[in-house]
Structures are given as C-alpha cells and as structure tokens.
Design a protein around this ligand. Structure first.
Ligand code: MG
Length: 160
C-alpha cells in the first residue's frame, strides 16, 4: 500500500464558473485558474500522483500550455488514472476535505463522487468528500479562495 497527499487552492473571482468535482455549482463567484480550476480534482490528482512517486499535476499539465486552457479537470483525472494503470497501480481509496466559507457543498457531493468514480474506474464508496469552513478567519474565511486537502492510497496490482 502506498499513500499520497495533495493540496490545492484557487482564488474566488467574478466571471468564472464554480466547478468542484466536475459539478457546476451555481454561485456568484467562480474559481480563477488556467483549466476549469477544479481544485478538488487537482488535489485528488496530486495525491494519486504522489502515492505513485510521479511528478505533480502542474508538471504533467503545465498552466502555460494552451492545450489545457479551460479543460475539464475530469479529463486530467482520467489521464492520471491511465498513468497509474500503466505503471501497475490500482486505486484503493481517496479522501478529501474542502475548506470553503460558502457555498454549501453537501447537496453536490453525491454527483461529485459519481464523476470521480467514473474517471478513476472505482466505486463511489472508495471516495470521501467532506467540507468545512475556516470559521471566517484568514483568506479562506474571507471568501477570497477555496482550498482542498486530499489523501489517496494505491497498491500495486500484484500486491507487492
Ligand atoms: Mg489547481
């Protein structure tokens, strides 16, 4: 069994969609970034890559490459799944904690899990998504950004 950790943060800005876990959440602010800025998927992707000892998501999909402008991070997550599979790894589980003052995430968690499960070819019960606030403190608490922590465990297909 191998463990990886991922972290990501993106600013909340006007004129962008808020997409988390591949779900468009209606909100006056969205996440700024080169791709769709889906920091839940970015942190999960980095956790998976870290567990496999691979380079991070920013190295694999550079944010100055026009190819990735506005791209759905579900596509990036699918590519990470393919890279792990090619290297003989199977995904055991993922767990993430979003830190956001708003909006309420819980109504969308089920759909997020379905999207992630489809991209990674795993069951939804292997995915944890939780959310908390920053108790109005700091840049997260002042609604300037949303961040996410994620942990992943993977294992070699042969069990070695
Ligand atoms: Mg990111």
């Amino acid at each position: 069994m191998r463990v990886g950790i991922g972290y990501d943060v993106h600013p909340l800005v006007r004129g962008r969609k808020l997409i988390l876990g591949g779900v468009h959440i209606p909100h006056p602010m969205g996440l700024g970034g080169h791709s769709d800025a889906d920091l839940l998927l970015h942190s999960m992707g980095d956790a998976l890559l870290g567990a496999a000892g691979k380079k991070d998501i920013g190295s694999l999909f550079p944010d100055n490459d026009p190819k990735y402008e506005g791209i759905s991070s579900l596509i990036l997550l699918t590519r990470i799944f393919q890279l792990l599979k090619k290297n003989g790894y199977r995904i055991n589980n993922l767990d993430a904690t979003l830190v956001a003052e708003e909006p309420k995430i819980s109504p969308y968690v089920h759909k997020m899990k379905e999207n992630i499960a489809r991209a990674l070819r795993i069951q939804t019960d292997r995915i944890g998504i939780k959310a908390t606030t920053s108790e109005k403190m700091g840049f997260l608490g002042k609604k300037k950004a949303i961040c996410c922590w994620a942990v992943a465990t993977i294992q070699t297909v042969s069990g070695e």
